[in-house]
Design a protein around this ligand. Structure first.
Ligand code: GSH
Length: 305
């Protein structure tokens, strides 16, 4: 039995980052398969409305966003570390790589292989992104998306020029897992030499090394079983004020937490703990009772409710 439950779907790049993180740490985990488009009632019962993929659940603690999921895995399972070359640079590299390469990689797939997308997918992603999705405009954007990816992939490729195995040295770090998942997504959908990866042999060998990390030990769980786990558990979070909070937020206040980019569904709850990189809110759901939902701070808006 494992306590780690990952809500995800196989084709999700951000989930691939977390699956590799579980692999790097050699962990066993339960896999709950999420629908690719809304509705996701058994996920939003846990999160309070957050709909993105992936979400990590451990008992009655729900961790939203792969940034925070990786942070929590590192806290609970520090060895081997996601930070063999230290914190800061790895986090910043991860942020840059994802923010610049995920969306062009996804855009290329949506434009070039609409036949692999499930019914209702583009309408769902239009709501998710808040942008109108026009197939002709998507197709017209492909050359620029390839140019952008090529420029960013070249920077990654250059980091490997001295023959190092991974971006920060001889051991894989968070930066590798984050930079890899858009590469994986392109390879997965267009083959191992997908453009614009074909111009970067060092990057291609690096991608093979990252893929070899694997996913750890996966078992299957239904979303109903995951709700049962939450119902039977008690959160580990306890009231922790942040003396340096820039606007004096305090445990007990009611707040909303909302992603600042896509899937901007606010989650409302009572602030339990917060700090530079995490905020925890408590909420109740008739199906599962009380849970604590954890979010990162970078990329999320916290507002009084
Ligand atoms: N910043 C988020 C991004 C997650 C994200 O955008 N995931 C995509 C799938 S890879 C998503 O949620 N798509 C819409 C959906 O699955 O409902 C994270 O790091 O987890």
């Amino acid at each position: 039995m494992t306590d780690i439950i990952l809500h995800h779907y196989d084709t999700s790049p951000y989930s691939e980052k977390v699956r590799l993180g579980l692999g790097l740490k050699g962990l066993a985990w339960a896999s709950v398969e999420l629908p690719v488009i809304m509705p996701k009632p058994n996920l939003t019962a846990l999160t309070g409305g957050y709909r993105k993929t992936p979400v990590l659940q451990i008992g009655a603690d729900i961790y939203c966003d792969s940034q925070l999921i990786m942070r929590e895995l590192e806290r609970r399972y520090p060895t081997p570390s996601f930070y063999p070359a230290g914190h800061g640079a790895a986090d910043a590299l991860a942020w840059w790589a994802e923010k610049t390469t995920f969306s062009p990689a996804a855009g290329i797939l949506f434009a070039k292989r609409p036949e692999v997308l499930p019914e209702g997918f583009l309408e769902d992603r239009a709501k998710f992104s808040g942008r109108n999705i026009d197939p002709a405009a998507m197709k017209a954007a492909v050359p620029n998306l390839l140019d952008q990816l090529r420029a960013h992939f070249d920077w990654l490729n250059q980091m490997l020029t001295d023959g190092r195995s991974f971006l920060q040295g001889s051991a894989a770090s968070l930066a590798d897992l984050a930079a890899y998942h858009p590469v994986w997504f392109l390879q997965h959908n267009f083959g191992p030499l997908a453009a614009p990866l074909d111009g970067f042999p060092r990057l291609l060998s690096w991608a093979e090394r990252v893929a070899a990390i694997g996913h750890g030990r996966r078992s299957l769980m239904t979303s109903e079983q995951a709700l049962d786990v939450a119902r039977a558990a008690t959160s580990i979070a306890s009231a922790t004020p942040d003396p340096q909070d820039p606007v004096g937020r305090k445990p007990g206040q009611t707040v909303t937490v909302t992603p600042d980019d896509t899937g901007r569904d606010p989650v409302i709850g009572e602030l339990v703990a917060s700090g530079v990189h995490e905020i925890v809110i408590r909420r109740s759901d008739s199906a599962i009772g009380e849970v604590c939902v954890h979010f990162p701070r970078a990329g999320f808006v916290v507002a009084p409710a």
